[in-house]
Write a protein that binds this ligand. Structure first.
Ligand code: C5P
Length: 302
């Protein structure tokens, strides 16, 4: 997450993430699932701009980054109300610190929704980071992470500055990782999305013991093919049962020479690992031509 600006206006770039490994270990008493996941943040960003609102009000304008029709402003998206995770993050920070400041928040969305790329969680983490700075609250990263975990299981990952991490618990216990280099991916989001809660409801924890540790080692050493062989996602099978779009993407990705491919998070978004930037651009353009959904070539962060 990059944050820049003076105290009157702060801009934060909120990245998407991919789960290269997601193993559901079992259901917990609080209704969540215990898991071990390896997440990588990638260069597809929502942009959030925070400016002062001396009234104490928090307002959000949420817009689609897609190119608007000539002469028209960017399309306004629904979901800018109190339910939006960005507004909830601002309210939580206000109540936790007692600040009387408010903010005008402008959110430009590029990360596809309901895709398993955690756009909403990343935006919430960006709101905590940006408002901590705008309001000069000086909360530490562990303090922001504790607040973030109350907003969503993936939020603490985006507050850690590492390019990748193994996350445990319900996702909020973050162990930062190192990557050998930049890895290139093609990511795709089909026309339909899935609800995270519904996919987890249909998931049966696997009795097979697996760990993200070996994958982390191969990523740290830059063993691309070895890493791809260890991709895993316990949520892919239930997601495929709920959405034919996921199976369609799996079939299309399997026909291309990716080092490996997998669904991200609870879907329906899908990714393939590439050997180079050139290959990512080439395979992205092939998949775009198939009109299976939105397709991007992205890299992990250095
Ligand atoms: O934490 P978050 O709000 O993103 O989770 C959305 C939903 O996904 C939860 O309400 C829960 O149903 C499901 N979930 C889960 N186990 C997790 C994370 C999420 O069951 N570890």
């Amino acid at each position: 997450m990059f944050c820049r600006g003076q105290t009157t206006t702060v801009t934060v770039f909120a990245p998407a993430k991919l789960n290269l490994f997601l193993n559901v270990l079992g259901k917990r008493d609080d209704g969540y699932h215990e898991l071990e996941t390896l997440m990588v943040s990638v260069g597809l960003y929502d942009t959030l701009t925070f400016s002062d609102a001396s009234t104490g009000d928090v307002s959000l304008l949420c817009r689609d980054a897609g190119r608007p029709a000539r002469g028209r402003p960017p399309r306004e998206l629904p979901g800018s109300g109190e339910d939006n995770l960005v507004v909830r993050a601002a309210r939580l920070l206000q109540s936790a610190t007692g600040t009387r400041f408010g903010a005008k928040i402008d959110l430009v969305k590029r990360i596809p929704l309901s895709a398993g790329f955690a756009g909403g969680s990343s935006d919430a983490a960006a709101a905590l980071t940006g408002l901590n700075r705008l309001w000069n609250l000086r909360l530490s990263l562990p303090e922001l992470s504790a607040l973030g975990a109350r907003l969503g299981s993936d939020v603490p990952f985006f507050l850690c500055i590492a390019p990748a991490a193994i996350c445990r618990g319900r996702g909020e216990v973050v162990e930062p990782l190192r990557l050998a280099s930049r890895f290139w991916f093609v990511i795709a989001r089909p026309p339909s999305g899935l609800s995270t809660a519904e996919v987890y409801r249909h998931c049966r924890p696997s009795p097979v013991a697996r760990s993200a540790g070996e994958l982390a080692l191969r990523l740290a050493r830059g063993h691309l093919q070895g890493a791809a062989g260890l991709f895993h996602n316990s949520l892919q099978e239930p997601a495929e049962r709920l959405s034919a779009d996921v199976t369609r993407l799996k079939t299309a990705f399997a026909r291309q020479p990716f080092a490996g491919h997998m669904m991200s998070g609870s879907g329906t978004g899908y990714f393939g690992l590439c050997r180079s930037r050139r290959q990512a651009v080439q395979l992205a353009s092939r998949l775009k031509a198939m009109r299976l959904g939105d397709v991007f070539a992205v890299s992990s962060r250095p």
